[in-house]
Write a protein that binds this ligand. Structure first.
Ligand SMILES: NC(=O)c1ccc[n+]([C@@H]2O[C@H](COP(=O)([O-])OP(=O)(O)OC[C@H]3O[C@@H](n4cnc5c(N)ncnc54)[C@H](O)[C@@H]3O)[C@@H](O)[C@H]2O)c1
Length: 254
């Protein structure tokens, strides 16, 4: 079946980066299936758009057995196809290995990693060759060591590897697979820590050459670029979106 405007599926789009990405892709003309644990948040996302008709909402837990099948089916039924999968839903908290229980480890890997594998497997056969792409939400902590985030960072580093491998396996079918690695972006996930932990703020924000915290739109724009034809020869790449924080040792001199 052909369809003229791209169809995107975005997990965890009730707030934060998923919401900003949904609004950005809709603004660019895409139709979007947005999923989240919280339907009220999804309704708020839709209400913020100038193109509310471009949205299809689905309440689901990405770790549920049927979630990938239901989400892909929703895209096919509501919009007649699927082009872009944005694996965004994720959780994170500052914890070292010693502080992490087995249950927490399983939760991190279930939500941040296993669901990405399962959603990608479900979507791949439906993504249109030459147009289909997947963007995974990794993290700068999936590329660099940082104190106290080991379980989270492990899932994000695994996503960087999964991105590369899927790009190799599905490139010959005309599917591109990329990731973004945001630095610290102001969302409900990070707001509390930025406001409550002066040391974290000093290490993460005052050492950013841009001297500001990232905004969800910074990441949404990068994801839109990776989905677009402009990125037609880019695959297997992890695009860092951190205002230059990770290029190293920036300290304001004045
Ligand atoms: N904010 C940052 O600084 C930052 C930096 C690097 C990477 N990331 C990654 O970006 C993604 C989004 O982060 P965010 O800051 O917007 O987070 P957030 O907590 O603000 O939003 C995450 C959304 O995902 C949903 N969600 C969580 N678990 C779910 C589940 N099991 N099923 C369905 N939906 C679920 C939540 O309800 C929420 O709406 C995550 O993968 C995160 O690891 C964020």
């Amino acid at each position: 079946m052909t369809h003229s405007t791209p169809v995107a599926l975005i997990t965890g789009a009730g707030q934060g980066l998923g919401r900003a990405t949904a609004l950005r892709l809709a603004e660019a003309g895409a139709r979007v299936v947005i999923t989240d644990l919280d339907l009220a948040l999804l309704e708020q996302t839709r209400a913020l758009s100038t193109r509310p008709d471009a949205f299809h909402l689905l309440r689901q837990d990405v770790t549920a057995e049927a979630a990938p099948r239901e989400a892909v089916a929703a895209a096919l039924e509501a919009f007649g196809g699927l082009d872009w999968l944005i694996n965004n839903a994720g959780i994170g908290k500052a914890k070292s290995v010693g502080e992490t229980t087995d249950e927490e480890w399983d939760r991190y890997t279930d939500i941040n990693l296993r669901s990405v594998f399962r959603f990608s497997r479900e979507a791949l056969p439906h993504l249109r060759p030459g147009r289909g792409c997947i963007v995974n939400l990794a993290s700068i902590f999936g590329l660099l060591g940082h104190p106290g985030v080991a379980p989270y960072a492990a899932t994000k580093a695994a996503l960087v590897g999964l991105t590369r491998q899927m790009a190799v396996d599905y490139g010959p079918r005309g599917i591109r697979v990329n990731a973004v690695a945001p630095g610290i972006i102001e969302t409900p996930l990070t707001r509390e820590r930025i406001q409550g932990d002066a040391r974290f703020k000093a290490v993460m924000i005052d050492t950013t050459p841009f001297h500001r915290i990232g905004q969800p739109e910074d990441v949404a724009n990068a994801i839109h670029f990776l989905c677009s034809d402009q990125a037609g020869f880019i695959s297997g790449h992890t695009l860092v979106v951190d205002g230059g924080w990770s290029i190293g040792n920036y300290v304001a001199m004045a």
